[in-house]
Write a protein that binds this ligand. Structure first.
Ligand SMILES: Nc1nc2c(ncn2[C@@H]2O[C@H](COP(=O)(O)OP(=O)(O)OP(=O)(O)O)[C@@H](O)[C@H]2O)c(=O)[nH]1
Length: 568
């Protein structure tokens, strides 16, 4: 074994150490390169996220590349980067929260639309996913894609002519509705934020653009119903029937537009006719009044004739009395005196006779005038009675629903104001019930519209029969009635309406040999506090739709602590 000298051992040790240092340096260079590449990747990945962070990372990359970078500036840069990264993270979290919130809102907006059940289920699942994935930024694009797909199918579903079931539907909605079965989802649905219900005509047009077919039968029915409520003369009725048969032969949108123009002209003409009828009546009235005025004039003339007669008689009397006095004072013998007094008396008698003749003539004229006046007054009275009857009949027709014979919505609008004012004066409680037949559409669809009509008539008659004289019932529209119960607090109103509900549910009615049944759902609300008519109606309506939602043939009260009574 070779024994190394001391200097050789030191030399060997130096070379060994040099090799270790070189290896260490190579490793360090490798690390720096990895670090540089890492920083470059980070810069690439985070570019655009935050300007400050981007700038600092670029600076870091540059510093790392410098061989003579001093540790102090590296340390300072690292501190700055730490802070910027923290800030960036906070902002990213806030942004993510905002994104999740916005997505949830978008989904909620679609959830209140009248969409098919499977779309609603998919939306609910998406809403759940959004909450679950809120920390997972990478899931966001996928969530957005899912939402976009669901929104597309929702828009397509809403553009179809299926009507949005809402508490009250407008004329055009009823007409343009396709009439499919949407009863099951009806209570929950609200006006869609996409605007399907806000402008019924615009919607109808949109639906037509989307290829929807206007349901002419439904249109005919609605127009027939509306037009049949108009109080018309016989000629007016003929014209209306002619128009309606024209409507039935409409086959497309153009024909429909032409028909609507004809209807508009007819309505304007009918108004013109009413106006000219009133004008003619006023003309007659004013000519009669002119006659009465002339008669009063001639009566005045008769009176002044009487005054003239009296004055003439008085003057004649004075003259004759003066003559008698003169004869008396100038009398010399009795014979002359007798003669002169006799002739004065004859003159007096002539004057009186003349006066009486003229008076008799005047009286005759006056009697004739009075007769004429009475006759004219009788005619005027008869005209005015006729007009009053016409006005009362028009008013009755205008306030009556022709199908059920009950007061209509216009009558309700008047009456509810009266009852509301009475209630506000403190004259006892007031409750309001909204009453809606269940599934009338099914009856219409299965047995025809006449069966539906019969159900409405029967329920109207029976319900009205179970109300007291102080109560008021009106057909509010379609299959919906509204009942005012003055003097009834909500409990009493609920009890009465529950009896009616049970009675209606137990009423079989016959149609073309079949026994049918109809039930009703009811919402009741009492006026209280500083409420308004609209508010009470809406609350009763909401209670009604709760009753519908809970299975129909039920009654619900409009209070926070809802007391629901199960059917039978
Ligand atoms: N026969 C007849 N049907 C009417 C009349 N007015 C409205 N309707 C019908 O009443 C039905 C109301 O339908 P929906 O609003 O879906 O209500 P529904 O079928 O009664 O069901 P729910 O109210 O949800 O229990 C529609 O088919 C209307 O055509 C009418 O005067 N006569």
């Amino acid at each position: 074994m070779t024994v190394l000298s001391e200097s050789e051992r030191w030399r060997q040790k130096y070379f060994d150490q040099l090799a270790v240092t070189e290896q260490e340096e190579t490793r360090l260079r490798q690390k720096v390169r990895t670090l540089q590449s890492l920083v470059d990747h980070i810069i690439l990945a985070s570019r655009g996220g935050d300007d400050v962070l981007d700038a600092e990372l670029r600076q870091l990359s540059a510093v790392i590349r410098q061989d003579d970078a001093d540790e102090g500036s590296l340390e300072a840069l690292a501190q700055q980067l730490k802070q910027s990264a923290r800030q960036f993270d906070l902002e990213r979290c806030a942004g993510a929260e905002r994104f999740i919130e916005a997505m949830a809102q978008l989904v909620d907006q679609l959830l209140v639309c009248d969409l098919p059940a499977e779309q609603l289920d998919a939306l609910k699942a998406l809403s759940h996913d959004i909450k679950k994935q809120s920390d997972n930024l990478r899931a966001y694009p996928e969530l957005l894609a899912q939402y976009s797909e669901l929104q597309g199918s929702a828009v397509r579903a809403l553009a179809r002519p299926a009507p949005v079931a809402a508490p009250r539907r407008g004329f055009f909605e009823r007409i343009f509705g396709a009439g499919d079965d949407r009863a099951a989802s009806k209570p929950e649905r609200q006006t869609c934020p996409l605007g399907t219900e806000t402008e019924p005509l615009a919607v109808a047009v949109k639906q037509q653009e989307a290829g929807a077919v206007v349901n002419l039968n439904r249109l005919t029915r609605e127009l027939k119903r509306m037009l049949s409520e108009l109080p018309l003369s016989e000629i007016g009725e003929q014209e209306r029937d002619r128009l309606l048969s024209g409507l039935e032969s409409c086959r497309d949108g153009d024909q429909l537009v032409n028909w609507l123009q004809a209807l508009a002209e007819w309505v304007l003409g009918a108004f013109g006719q009413v106006k000219s009828e009133i004008g003619a009546f006023l003309e007659t009235l004013s000519s009669r009044l002119r006659e009465v005025d002339q008669m009063l004039d001639s009566n005045q003339r008769l009176q002044s004739r009487a005054r003239d007669n009296n004055t003439e008689l008085e003057a004649a009397m004075r003259r004759h009395v003066g003559e008698v006095q003169a004869s008396l004072s100038g009398a010399t013998d009795l014979q002359n005196l007798k003669h002169s007094i006799n002739s004065s008396m004859t003159s007096i008698l002539d004057s009186v006779a003349h006066f009486m003749v003229r008076e008799a003539e005047r009286e005759q004229d006056a009697v004739a005038e009075a007769d004429q006046l009475r006759e004219r007054l009788r005619e005027l009275e008869a005209d005015s009675r006729k007009l009053q009857q016409q006005v009362a009949e028009s008013q009755r027709l205008a306030n009556t629903d022709p199908l059920s014979g009950l007061p209509n919505r216009a009558a309700y609008d008047d009456r509810v104001v009266q009852e509301f004012q009475r209630w506000k004066r403190g004259d006892g409680p007031l409750s309001l019930a909204v009453f809606d037949l269940d599934k009338l559409k099914d009856i219409n669809d299965r047995y025809g519209h006449l069966a539906g009509d019969k159900a409405i008539q029967l329920v109207a008659r029976e319900t009205a029969g179970m109300l007291g004289p102080e109560h008021f019932i009106a057909r509010y529209g379609g299959e919906e009635f509204v009942i005012l119960l003055p003097g009834s607090p909500v409990d009493a109103a609920m009890q009465r309406m529950e009896r009616i509900r049970q009675h209606v549910a137990g009423l079989p009615f016959h149609f073309r040999g079949e026994t049918l049944r109809v039930t009703a759902s009811i919402g009741v609300c009492e006026f209280s506090g500083h409420t308004t008519i609209t508010e009470v109606f809406e609350r009763a309506d909401q209670a009604l739709y709760r009753a519908k939602r809970s299975g129909r043939n039920r009654i619900e009260r409009a209070e926070d602590s809802v007391i629901a009574q199960n059917a039978g």
